[in-house]
Write a protein that binds this ligand. Structure first.
Ligand code: COS
Length: 378
């Protein structure tokens, strides 16, 4: 067993850390306050290869592996969680197209996602009435001549208004998970309507919209993977996506803990720094322990994925534990900051708002537990 990072992983971690600390951190509060989509940050991430960390080099990616991807996500999320989720979904879309796309699809889209010319990728699975149960989706695609015509609605689509390409799931056959296929839809396609921008509690710099497809025609060549094979593509993509969200939560919680520690050493009450009180020390000890446990679960899931081994259960274990621990850590950080933690003067409140959704999106904690229990009880 080896707990050391290899040279590539260290390089990716350091590259992401330098960029995040120098370029993202100074604008993170403004991105949140102004609800600004981080287009400049995305361009910078693209230049460093961080929008396609685990995509093959021949398609423009960094081909640095899943552990490197997790490390890069942690560093970016430590500074700006909105940038991190935009980066995560773009990486996930690039990976899905590289894995399931035809050579022509991969060549066309992976390079554009990697070099930033497509701005971002979007993953359009959820619908207003199909969240935890994507197998009940209603968006449809019917074949007319040499085109597919998409009709329906999608909900909670990260970067939906900015993405140059989106992966869209639609029903091409009967009911159930076997009747779902997957399509690549480009920004600006006629009949693709960008809907309401969500006014969210956190991740305010990330763009979240609904989408409507109203007779949206895409060519035959837009089908990704096999006809009727879309649900499995979604599940496999989400196994990897959950490692990304786990990393995001760990990054946010790392920042919350660092800031709580600095504050506890600085803030004096009853004549001494509050860090000298056991009440603070025990909270800090719990945060550190939970954060390390989360990192270990996350790296194990990432290493399994990188080795091409089954990792669905481990990705769910990583996600449920990391995100729930991260919510606790960010909450404790606000508590340690006292009244100041409840103001915008410190980042603690932003971390708590940003981290809250991590137990919900890319599969709720309840769904992660379902996946784990099914695997244990099988
Ligand atoms: N990898 C590969 N294949 C998978 C898979 C995985 N991780 N999980 C399921 N499948 C396959 C199954 O093997 C099954 O294949 P067969 O039809 O050949 O037997 C098929 O997919 C259907 O699986 P299942 O019957 O388990 O589907 P369910 O509808 O019961 O759904 C859960 C299973 C709950 C795990 C799934 O619906 C889920 O992940 N829901 C949450 C969705 C989500 O995360 N939404 C967030 C939106 S994205 S931001």
């Amino acid at each position: 067993m080896d707990f050391e990072l290899n040279d590539t992983q260290r390089l990716v971690q350091q590259t992401a850390r330098d960029f995040a600390q120098k370029t993202i951190l100074p604008v993170a509060a403004a991105i949140d306050k102004e609800e600004r989509f981080p287009a400049d940050v995305m361009r910078g991430l693209a230049e460093l290869g961080l929008l396609a960390v685990n995509v093959p080099e021949r398609l423009g990616g960094a081909e640095a592996g899943t552990v490197s991807y997790a490390l890069a996500m942690m560093e970016v999320a430590r500074t700006c969680a909105s940038c991190a989720v935009t980066m995560a979904v773009t990486n996930m879309v690039g990976e899905v197209i590289a894995r399931f796309g035809t050579p022509a699809q991969a060549e066309k889209y992976c390079r554009g996602l990697a070099d930033g010319s497509l701005v971002a990728g979007a993953f359009a699975l959820s619908e207003p009435e199909a969240g935890s149960d994507p197998g009940s989706m209603r968006t449809s695609a019917r074949k007319v001549g040499d085109q597919w015509i998409l009709d329906g609605q999608k909900q909670w689509i990260t970067s939906g208004a900015h993405a140059g390409v989106m992966v869209v799931w639609a029903r091409t056959g009967g009911p159930g998970t076997g009747g779902i296929s997957c399509f690549l839809v480009e920004k600006g396609t006629k009949g693709l309507i960008i809907g309401k921008h969500e006014d969210k509690m956190g991740l305010r710099g990330s763009n979240t919209v609904g989408l409507a497809f109203d007779g949206c025609a895409v060519p035959e060549s837009a089908l990704l993977g096999e006809l009727g094979g879309g649900f499995k593509i979604a599940m496999m993509a989400l196994d990897g996506g959950r490692i990304g969200i786990s990393s995001q939560a760990i990054g946010i919680a790392s920042a919350a803990l660092d800031e709580a520690v600095a504050y506890a050493k600085d803030r004096k009450q009853f004549g001494k720094p509050i860090a000298e009180f056991q009440a603070m020390q025990w909270q800090i000890a719990d945060c550190r322990t939970e954060l390390d446990a989360a990192r270990l679960l996350c790296f194990r899931a990432a290493a399994l994925k990188e080795a091409g081994k089954p990792h669905a259960k481990e990705a769910s274990m990583s996600k449920v534990y990391s995100t729930e621990a991260a919510v606790r850590i960010c909450n404790r950080s606000v508590q340690i900051h006292g009244g100041y933690g409840y103001t915008r003067e410190f980042a603690a409140e932003r971390h708590l708002r940003d981290v809250r959704v991590t137990t919900i999106y890319e599969g709720t904690s309840e769904i992660q537990r379902t996946v784990i229990a099914r695997s244990v009880l099988r």
